[in-house]
Each structure stands twice: as C-alpha cells, then as structure tokens.
Design a protein around this ligand. Structure first.
Ligand code: CU
Length: 132
C-alpha cells in the first residue's frame, strides 16, 4: 500500500516543483520583457540628464548619440574650463559657459530629428541628440 502511495506523493511533489519552477520562469521572463521594453522603447518621453565636461578641448564622456522619445525633457549640465557658449542646434537653445561653473539648460525635445549640441568658440561637438 505504502509502495503505491509513495510514488504518487513523489509525483505530486514533482508536479508541485515543476509548477513552482514554471511560475518562477514566467516571472523572470515577464520581468525581462518589462525591463527590455523599458530599455528599448526609445519613443516614450522621459527625463534625460546629460552631463558633459570640457577640459583642454577634450570632451568627456566622449561624444555620443543620445536617443530620446519626442516630448522628453533634456537636462544638460555642461562644465567647461574656458569661457564659451553652449548651443543646442535645432532647438536653438544657448547658455553661457563660465570657466569651471556648471551651466544647466533644460528644454523639452518636441521636434524629431538629429541635433548637435556644441560649443561655439571652440567648435566642439558635445552630444548628438536624436529625438524620435
Ligand atoms: Cu551652433
């Protein structure tokens, strides 16, 4: 009797374990999909902070493309070691850069396209802003 019930119990336990594993796997997949969706959904408006510093005509982090969804808020913080003017092309936003003083510029990216953010005196390209 015990010989017939023991395997059944074991099988039930196995089903239970399988069910738990499937649930966990489903949870992990759902979490990955959610996170992946967040990361790849470039069309969703967001708040994007971009910090760039300029020293000895070197831009850091190195010039890259920042992709945001239309309607996103862009917060620029630029620190330069020399006086200059910051210019966001397309949106035509400008800020005065004073040596060693972080300048901030915030605007809503509501026009799609590829826009260069640069300095005028030194003609340095800081960031390429891609609004989709
Ligand atoms: Cu310009």
């Amino acid at each position: 009797m015990s010989a017939t019930t023991a395997p059944r119990r074991t099988r039930d336990d196995l089903y239970r374990i399988v069910a738990v594993v499937v649930l966990i796997a489903a949870g992990v997949v759902a979490a990955l999909m959610f996170r992946g969706g967040d990361g790849t959904d470039a069309a969703a408006p967001t708040v994007r902070e971009i910090s760039v510093s300029i020293a000895n005509r070197k831009v850091s982090p190195p010039v890259g493309r920042v992709e945001v969804g239309r309607g996103s808020t862009i917060r620029l913080t630029i620190t330069s070691d020399v006086p200059d003017e910051l210019h966001v092309h397309g949106y035509d936003r400008r800020a005065t850069l004073k040596p060693g003083e972080p300048a901030t510029l915030e605007f809503r990216a509501d026009t799609t396209g590829l826009f260069e953010i640069e300095t005028h005196s030194d003609h340095l390209l800081l960031v390429q802003l891609l609004v989709r």
